[in-house]
Design a protein around this ligand. Sequence first.
Ligand SMILES: Cc1cc2nc3c(=O)[nH]c(=O)nc-3n(C[C@H](O)[C@H](O)[C@H](O)COP(=O)(O)O)c2cc1C
Length: 199
Amino acid sequence: MKILVLLAHPRLRTSVVQHAMHRAIAGLDGVTVRDLYADYPDFGIDVAREQQSLLAHDLIVLQHPFYWYSSPAILKEWQDLVLENGWAYGPGGTALAGRFMLSAISTGGTGEAYHHEGRNRFEMEELLAPFNQTAWLCAMAYLRPFVIHAGRRMQPEDLSAAVESYRDLIVGLRDRRIDPLSMLAPDFKLPPAFAKAAA
Ligand SMILES: Cc1cc2nc3c(=O)[nH]c(=O)nc-3n(C[C@H](O)[C@H](O)[C@H](O)COP(=O)(O)O)c2cc1C
């Protein structure tokens, strides 16, 4: 699979976890990594370029720190402008049908906090529902998210191991050693147009 990683971190210079994740996948064959804040410091997203870039890839990875239970702002701007009606969804909007979407996220909170009894009250996958449904509307398959919880508080060797598992996942998906359809998010039913496009 050809993989496009859209990295969104407004302060990559001070980043620990996302920086390490970025380093782990930078330069891999078949994996394009784009730093959205570097490309669009003023949020002037080039819609045509982004749409061409999406068409050239099979798996779109949204890689970002968890900010206010969602993504940093540029990724929202990117979705608002790039995923156009009639292109990504709506009448005639089948450009992305049959492709895959994966969220690759770092959080400040621990894994235990992301449960109904925990301090964040919701599971990660519940909080990621807007991304899941965005993929569905675009007839894409939304995969179980890759999450590094509380990476800044990890021992360096534990963070290295977590980042290594991110690289292994990306390489496994690229080489199709990992079947993306075995990684569907819980309760995710493939959109009818996905199967048609993939056939
Ligand atoms: C503006 C802002 C909002 C944040 N919101 C959350 C949040 O909702 N949940 C959470 O677990 N961590 C939150 N954090 C912590 C970051 O997710 C965490 O520091 C980051 O993933 C660590 O990666 P980095 O070293 O690449 O920055 C937030 C941090 C900032 C600066």
